[in-house]
Design a protein around this ligand. Structure first.
Ligand code: NAP
Length: 331
């Protein structure tokens, strides 16, 4: 199975909302790794959009998100703001009739996610969560190998995502929905969900920090005949590897499992093979997924349907309720 090249997807004219760190990576992906173009960047911070377009060498700079979504040259909008502030820019873009790609975690909670999904369905625009790992070639090969039965029935999934982000102020700010879970923990959760779906039960143990956000969380998800053990921390760089173990073999995904990477499938009969999915950037795959689907008239991705995004957000809500993680605007 081969994931089509992002460059072969139809050209989309992109607008970006929020001119921060991750927006730069998406700009590089669009400009250098797709057939699309970056036509507009909006920032509510004075001067930031101008600096951004000067740095990336593409796009019109706007001082508001409204100007981006109302630009007739923009086909699709990428929402790259903090977690507390995904749903309102997404709703703004949907209302303006734009297709939308929303950074992970999709929203702060499932209720916000349901509002955004309902709005996109009512308006008839395309909507996709920017869980980029789901769209990478190595993850497609992992899914295909499991579907072919190469490791038998899946019994255990292990994944962790830990980064040393003690210097990143937004991570410690509860009003921005900071903390490990929404920023980092969403990756192992979405990974387990990709392989095993919605768990029958969840057990989560977390450590909250002085500001009220979660510093780290350990989770066990129960499925019929299988378990996922997952961990996230924002205070240490952990191995960031993932292993899927089945009755006939296992798949070891090299660190960092959610980046373009390699994996080795080892069967109990002693045979093994390795897939090398390393490549530059990686965001071009989620951008190309949107471009292809929009061109073909679809309103959501078959690789990450909106109902699955909602399932992931409900899992995150359950983890949060167990560890006592409540953001100020939810009290
Ligand atoms: N896919 C990935 O690999 C990846 C990696 C890192 C982050 N992310 C995700 O990308 C999103 C943004 O992360 P980032 O690291 O790019 O964030 P960031 O650079 O700190 O901020 C992004 C934008 O959010 C707004 N913002 C930030 N702090 C704010 C504040 N205190 N008050 C009001 N607005 C504020 C600003 O928008 P304006 O420009 O309009 O002022 C800023 O440019 C998050 O959802 C994060 O989880 C994804």
């Amino acid at each position: 199975m081969t994931t089509p090249t992002p460059q072969s997807a139809p050209a989309i004219r992109w607008g970006i909302l929020g001119a921060g760190g991750i927006a730069h990576k998406m700009a590089d992906a669009i400009i250098n790794h797709t057939a699309g173009e970056l036509v507009a960047v909006g920032s509510r911070t004075p001067g930031k959009a101008e600096k951004f377009v000067a740095e990336v060498g593409s796009g019109r700079a706007y001082g508001s998100y409204e100007e981006v979504v109302n630009d007739p040259d923009v086909d699709a909008v990428y929402v790259a703001t903090t977690h507390n502030d995904h749903h309102e820019p997404a709703l703004l873009a949907i209302e303006a009739g734009k297709h939308v790609l929303v950074e992970k975690a999709f929203t702060q909670n499932a209720a916000q996610a349901e509002t955004v999904v309902a709005a996109a369905r009512a308006k008839g625009v395309y909507l996709q969560e920017a869980m980029w790992a789901r769209f990478l070639p190595h993850q497609a090969e992992v899914r295909a190998a499991i579907a072919r039965g190469e490791i038998g029935d899946v019994v255990a999934v292990q994944a962790d995502h830990g980064q040393a982000l003690t210097h990143v102020e937004r991570m410690y700010r509860p009003e921005l929905a900071g903390g490990a879970l929404l920023d980092l923990g969403v990756y192992p959760i979405a990974f387990a969900h990709d392989i095993l779906g919605v768990p029958e039960s969840i057990t989560a143990v977390g450590q909250l920090r002085d500001t009220g956000v979660d510093g780290q969380v350990s989770m066990v998800f129960q499925y019929p005949g299988a378990q996922a053990t997952l961990h996230t921390t924002m205070e240490a760089r952990t191995q960031n590897a993932a292993v899927i173990s089945g009755t006939e073999g296992r798949i070891e995904i090299a660190d960092t499992f959610y980046n373009p990477t390699t994996f080795t499938l080892k069967r109990h009969d002693g045979t093994s093979w390795t897939y090398d999915g390393r490549l530059d950037n990686g965001f071009q795959y989620e951008a190309a997924e949107l471009a292809r689907n929009v061109a073909e008239g679809r309103l959501e991705s078959a690789i990450l349907p909106l109902d699955q995004t909602l399932e992931i957000m409900r899992i995150m809500d359950e983890v949060r309720s167990q560890i006592g993680l409540v953001y100020p605007n939810e009290r």
